[in-house]
Design a protein around this ligand. Structure first.
Ligand SMILES: Nc1nc2c(ncn2[C@@H]2O[C@H](COP(=O)(O)OP(=O)(O)O)[C@@H](O)[C@H]2O)c(=O)[nH]1
Ligand SMILES: [Mg+2]
Length: 219
């Protein structure tokens, strides 16, 4: 396992250097299946595709269903089928980067395979990890899967519209999250109803703009 992770880390460093040299922000989106990663990408493309040059890597076990959902935004999308694998790794990312015109890209979103464990162990060379959790999953996820929340720069708590139908305790969720990572940012959103998305758009816009102006300081 150590050899695998070392090899992954070396390639991730190469990917990170390459993206920094081209001023491309890469966001590694991690969640359990169904938390709302693809829906978040749909909303983000609708809001920002006219402002930034967006690319997407869709990590999917077998299908291209998520990529099909994003086709209408006319952005470059590459699907990586892991054929049973539970996460993406830096080698698979490195192989597909040639498919993108990196000089004409501002941000590359990677939808990782739906899983809260393995994807957080593999650095892809991303600028930062973004965790997505939905209220329907329960408020215990930070405590049960601390590695993801330790590593992520921000967490999107999605499906806030459903909170009234669940026993999700917002206070406990935030308390556990901050205990694991005092610096993590939290956005409470509903990707279907729209709550909280303006704040997310503003923040991700700042991240992309900051990179374009000061790439060295950013990575
Ligand atoms: N009620 C509600 N449903 C949502 C929200 N976001 C996503 N969904 C639904 O949750 C399901 C899974 O979403 P999807 O984006 O495919 O999740 P992914 O597996 O993480 O990519 C879909 O049926 C979405 O329409 C939300 O904010 N509220
Ligand atoms: Mg998806």
């Amino acid at each position: 396992m150590k050899n695998i992770l070392d090899r992954n880390q070396n390639k991730a460093n190469e990917v990170r250097n390459l993206l920094a040299s081209r001023k491309v922000l890469m966001v590694n989106i991690i969640s359990s299946p169904g938390a709302g990663k693809t829906t978040l990408l749909e909303r983000t493309c609708e809001a920002l595709a006219s402002k930034f040059r967006i690319g997407v890597i869709e990590g999917d076990v077998t299908t291209d269903r998520d990529a099909q959902r994003l086709k209408k935004y006319n952005i470059p999308i590459v699907v990586i089928n892991t054929e049973g694998g539970c996460h993406l790794d830096s080698h698979s990312i490195s192989k597909v980067l040639d498919s993108f015109d990196l000089d004409n890209l501002d941000v590359l979103f990677v939808e990782n395979v739906g899983n809260l464990i393995c994807p957080s162990q593999f650095d892809l060379g991303e600028t930062f990890k973004l965790a997505v959790v939905s209220t329907a999953e329960g408020d215990d996820k930070p405590d049960k899967y601390p590695m993801l929340f330790r590593e992520a720069k921000a967490v999107l708590l999605n499906k806030i519209d459903l909170i009234q139908y669940t026993n999700f305790n917002h206070e406990n969720f935030t308390r556990d999250l901050k205990k694991i990572n005092g610096k993590i940012l939290q956005f409470d959103v509903s990707c279907t109803r729209g709550d909280g998305l303006e704040e997310w758009f503003k923040w991700i816009t700042d991240q992309i703009s900051h990179l374009t102006s000061e790439p060295e300081a950013y990575f």
